[in-house]
Ligand binder design. Structure first.
Ligand code: F6R
Length: 243
């Protein structure tokens, strides 16, 4: 595991974008596993800036996102497809058919989960998976549980996750209660993982994830087992770390 301490959020975003940019330079048709949420917004902004300067070419890049709410159409402002389009895909030269998210409107959700796993496999697996970290230690929407769910699956969101995500909706009752998410195995099979964490409020959960026991009660703790994990976090999130 490689831990990179950034000065602040802007510095974290720049360092994370550097790792992604290096991946795309090394392999122009890389498969990037992508995340949504607040933490990674600055990373996307930085990549867009470098794209605009002509420093990165996304024309051959393929992407698979971690998760999507169930019951929100692609056009819904709070859907993760919409987030990705607005914050990243529309601003770079990626081919829209190369961008993939689970379909939260699928009529057969079990079949949709299987389709998504087959899709990742058919792309040759994920070269670099970008992750944020939930306050309860979730990665993707793999919530604290009694066992690690391996493959893409349907999940009931925890109350703490619903609370945390209410900021993107009109009120708490409009937050979908269910989502589709890549499973732990799908994430862990990525050749490389980049975990981004920012802010004092994530310090304690980050410490548990990186130094605590590996347990499905803290899903992100499984990342300790990954052979090629890079953590980019700011000083606030790494206040406990002496390295
Ligand atoms: C989103 C996702 C989530 C977020 C996590 C952190 O696609 O997979 O695991 O990365 O909830 O969210 P923020 O960055 O908003 O604190």
């Amino acid at each position: 595991m490689r831990i990179i301490k950034a000065k602040d959020y802007v510095d974290m975003s720049r360092k994370a974008a550097n790792v992604i940019s290096a991946q795309v330079i090394l392999k122009s048709n890389a498969v990037l596993g992508l995340a949504t949420g607040s933490t990674v917004l600055g990373t996307y902004d930085q990549l867009v800036e470098w794209y605009q300067k002509g420093d990165i070419d996304f024309s051959c890049v393929r992407t698979v996102n971690l998760d999507e709410y169930i019951g929100l159409s692609e056009q819904a402002e709070q859907s993760y497809r919409h987030y990705m389009e607005v914050n990243f895909f529309h601003k770079i030269n990626i081919t829209s058919t190369n961008t993939h998210l689970p379909n939260g409107m699928a009529t057969n959700l079990d079949e949709e989960c299987k389709r998504y796993d087959r899709l990742i496999e058919s792309l040759g697996g994920i070269d670099l998976q970008l992750l944020g970290l939930g306050h309860n230690g979730h990665i993707g929407f793999n919530e604290p549980n009694e066992a690690f769910e391996k493959l893409t699956h349907c999940v009931e969101l925890k109350e703490s996750t619903i609370q945390a995500n209410t900021r993107f909706f009109e009120d708490e009752t409009s937050v979908p209660r269910r989502a589709l998410t890549m499973g732990i195995k799908s994430i862990m099979q990525a050749k490389r993982i980049l975990l981004c964490v920012s802010g004092v409020q994530k310090a304690s959960v980050l410490q548990q994830v990186l130094t605590g026991p590996v347990t499905p009660a803290v899903p992100g703790s499984i990342l300790q087992m990954h052979p090629n994990l890079t953590v980019v976090a700011d000083e606030e999130a790494l206040s406990w770390y002496q390295g």
